[in-house]
Design a protein around this ligand. Structure first.
Ligand SMILES: [Cu+2]
Length: 158
């Protein structure tokens, strides 16, 4: 029975899929959510963000909001027009482009009190390239099946 192209595709996908980094939801602040009195730079320090990941800002509606800003507005806590605010209490932001991203809360004094987040988004990782497979050629070297393996084992044990 010849393998259909579809079967081959499925086999290839099965081999490669587990090695591709899976986009994930990242809840900002974890259990603390998006709030005042939390150190978001410390929170972000040990994390790596990749393109395709989703930032989730969780907070009580009406108590906080989320603005995506630039580095200057981040430093000075300059709040953009209210129309740019995310306000659902569970705002999802897909990290689509690599680079630095800045977010602040627009409620009075919250940003200055530390409710601000800066992250660096890394490009999506490519699946690792497979090392070139040794080409066993049983018909040439005469050792037949396992010849390469037994040589390898001899090398290890000598
Ligand atoms: Cu706030």
């Amino acid at each position: 029975m010849a393998l259909s192209p579809l079967t081959i595709l499925v086999v290839i996908a099965t081999i490669f899929l587990p090695s591709i980094a899976v986009a994930k939801d990242i809840v900002v602040g974890d259990d603390h959510g998006w709030t005042v009195g939390f150190d978001y730079s410390a929170w972000a320090a040990d994390k790596t963000f990749f393109v395709g990941d989703v930032l989730v800002f969780k907070y009580a509606v009406g108590e906080h909001n989320v603005f995506k800003v630039n580095g200057t507005a981040f430093q000075s806590c300059t709040v953009p027009p209210p129309s740019e605010a995310l306000t659902t209490g569970s705002d999802r932001i897909v990290l689509a482009i690599p680079g630095r991203k800045w977010y602040i809360c627009g409620f009075g004094g919250h940003c200055s009190a530390g409710q601000k987040l800066v992250i660096t988004v890394q490009p999506q990782t490519l699946p690792p390239t497979l090392p070139p497979a040794p080409a066993p050629s049983p018909s040439k070297d005469g050792h037949g099946f396992g010849g390469w393996v037994s040589k390898k084992i001899l090398t290890i044990f000598h």
